[in-house]
Ligand binder design. Structure first.
Ligand code: CA
Length: 225
């Protein structure tokens, strides 16, 4: 699940990113409204967390422009503006939820989960392949009765590959989806993560589901080709 966090206060942005990444969300940051709009119009996000008071283009303008262009992404406004009028305006402009700073992180997470659930059952329904089950709501991963502990990054890679079952995903695609920055596709960082993930998936001697396509990338499929 990819979340765009629009926040100009560096401390708050770093706090949000850290907390969300610990929950295995993939997070991108935008520090101003123009950048936020550019990203939101070009990349598919599952959710946007939007501050209102931003340098340059204001949060409300970002929101209005997204809705004007029929971008359906759920938007959670996170702002210090607490007046009823502000909340009404935000929701009327097309926000899906509104949370006032200071906020409890647990409440933010609960609202994020609720918005992601509302988006459609296909996003929150358990993913299954052979004896592998991944529950995006509880983030529980298992093979048969064996529970598998994954780090947030490993989970994010598995979630991404599983949602693209049968499609070979390149290292670049995986890097761009799971990390929020672009790096050289010949780095072996992705390989290191995938290797660890695969070891955990096969620790009970289960059959291989995560395959390497030499020179290209990785693919989830039931049968070796
Ligand atoms: Ca701000």
């Amino acid at each position: 699940m990819r979340i765009l966090v629009v926040e100009d206060e560096k401390k708050v942005a770093a706090f949000l990113r850290k907390g969300l990444e610990q929950e295995a969300y993939s997070v991108e940051l935008a520090g101003n409204g123009t950048r936020a709009l550019e990203l939101a119009l070009s990349e598919p996000y599952d959710l946007i967390i939007l501050d209102l008071l931003l340098p340059g283009l204001e949060g409300m303008s970002v929101l209005r422009e997204l809705r004007r262009q029929h971008v359906p992404v759920p938007v959670l406004i996170l702002t210090a503006r607490r007046e009823v009028d502000d909340r009404v305006n935000g929701l009327d402009a097309g926000a899906d939820d509104y949370l006032v700073k200071p906020f409890a992180f647990a409440e933010l997470l609960a609202r994020v989960r609720a918005l992601l659930r509302r988006q459609g059952s296909d996003r929150s329904a358990a993913l299954q392949m052979s004896d592998l089950t991944v529950d995006p709501v509880t983030r529980q991963v298992s093979r048969g009765a064996r529970l598998i502990e994954l780090t947030p990054r490993e989970y994010a890679i598995l979630d991404y590959l599983l949602r693209n079952t049968g499609r070979v995903m390149t290292r670049t695609l995986i890097a761009e989806h799971v990390w929020d920055y672009h790096f050289d596709s010949d780095t072996n960082l992705i390989d290191v993560y995938v290797k660890r993930l695969r070891e955990k998936l096969e620790a009970g001697g289960e059959k291989r589901l995560l395959h390497t396509v030499r020179g290209v990338g990785y693919v989830m499929r039931e049968h070796e080709r």
